[in-house]
Design a protein. Structure first.
Length: 419
């Protein structure tokens, strides 16, 4: 049984051979009818192989879009949710497949390091293996293929041992919880899955504030990525350029390096994400307020992501006594991560989000987009800080600040769209 069934038109065979070789070089087995003899049971063989394969790659070309047989194979695979359409000519797709997401290799020259080729391999791998490649795969996998399957560039691993993938291979099909970077010196990101959650708090909740109502469901139709850590001084300084990031923030004497960047206004964050987008080749931005709370809660429903109580072993905040209060920022990652693998969503520094401030959630977006009409230059702050009491660290707690405010208890983390 082959991993991949390849559907194509015989006129394209010279190009198909090089694609097959590249897929095999990535560690996948391919069936592409090159071994059927003229006397063979053609129809029966085709049906047996296409049924057995876990992924069906259909190569759309000027020839194949006119082929009833190729279109039939594509329909068969689509109904079984294992179709991977690939355009290798600049051709119009059959009308029945125009709405299917399609990999575009029309300009591919055989470079196996090309990001579009990697996206195709990731798609194949997701169908064949059920998840992105990792070192902790099922032991039943043929170990002789593991070396070949390490086609993804990686940037080492997280402190918990999770592989950090190259952002070029990340797509909407990438599994939630996948960690990646778009370059070695850019922020570590985590893919958050599509889903829904109840945003805000109810009047019965402890420490409830009216600004957190009405509680409402937000539905994310697409995955997105968010920073595992708060943006640090290292992150800021790596992107600092005169006339691009003109502001040189103060660390208040507490430390730079992997400490969260402070003395940053909402306006300053916009310059940072614009520069990050240029360097990373992707769309970076601040998270929306609903994205932030979704990320903070990480599937939880209590006051905090770890339940209904907080203590100073779990976050940096004002614990009410000198013994409990550090009184300044701490290095990112000093406290346990939440269930999504994100650090410091409670405490350390308050975090700017994209949304303008509203006094409550009446009329708030339900699709995860930022609320960009509101109170002039006032923007939402989330997460609480080293200065704040525990109530302000709650997952639902909201604050606000002027867009030009710079203080030593406000920072931010970045989000990134996934194409």
């Amino acid at each position: 049984m082959a991993d991949v069934f390849l559907s194509y038109k015989k006129e394209d065979r010279p190009r198909v051979g090089s694609i097959v070789e590249a897929i095999v070089a990535a560690g996948f087995s391919v069936w592409w009818d090159d071994r059927i003899t003229p006397q063979g049971e053609w129809d029966e063989t085709i049906m047996r192989e296409i049924e057995a394969a876990k992924a069906v790659v259909v190569l759309w070309t000027d020839h194949s879009v006119k082929s009833k047989w190729v279109r039939t194979e594509a329909h068969y695979a689509n109904e079984r949710q294992k179709l991977i359409p690939v355009r290798i000519d600049n051709c119009d797709l059959p009308i029945a497949f125009m709405l299917n997401q399609t990999a575009d290799l029309s300009q591919w020259k055989g470079d196996q390091a090309d990001s579009k080729w990697h996206k195709l391999l990731e798609w194949i791998e997701e169908l064949v293996r059920g998840a992105p490649f990792s070192d902790s795969e099922d032991s039943s996998v043929n170990k002789s293929n593991l070396a070949a399957r390490q086609w993804r560039r990686t940037y080492g691993s997280t402190a918990a041992g999770e592989v950090i993938f190259d952002g070029a291979t990340i797509s909407r099909r990438t599994a939630g919880g996948t960690f990646f970077k778009d370059a070695a010196n850019l922020p570590l990101m985590c893919v958050l899955p599509a889903g829904s959650f109840a945003m805000g708090s109810s009047r019965e909740d402890a420490d409830h504030r009216d600004s957190e109502t009405p509680r409402h469901v937000v539905d994310f139709k697409r995955p997105f990525a968010i920073g595992v850590y708060l943006v640090t001084f290292d992150d800021w300084d790596a992107l600092y350029e005169k006339d691009v990031l003109a502001h040189a923030p103060s660390d208040s004497g507490w430390g730079r390096g992997n400490y969260p960047v402070i003395d940053i206004s909402w306006i300053d964050t916009q310059a940072f994400v614009a520069r990050l987008s240029e360097l990373g080749g992707a769309s970076y931005r601040l998270p929306s307020e609903s994205e932030w709370e979704y990320a903070c809660r990480a599937g939880s429903t209590g006051q905090f992501s770890i339940g209904d109580s907080m203590n100073t072993k779990l976050a940096n905040y004002n614990g009410g006594s000198d013994a409990d209060s550090i009184g300044c920022t701490t290095a990112v990652g000093s406290y346990p991560a939440n269930a999504f693998g994100l650090h410091d969503t409670h405490g350390n520094v308050r975090e700017w989000v994209q949304d303008l401030w509203h006094d409550d959630y009446t009329g708030a977006p339900a699709d995860g987009l930022p609320w960009t009409s509101g109170h002039g230059g006032m923007h939402v702050l989330r997460g609480g800080s080293w200065l704040d009491a525990a109530w302000f660290l709650r997952s639902a707690a909201r604050g606000r600040g002027g867009e030009s405010d710079r203080t030593n208890f406000i920072g931010f983390r970045v989000a990134r769209d996934i194409a």
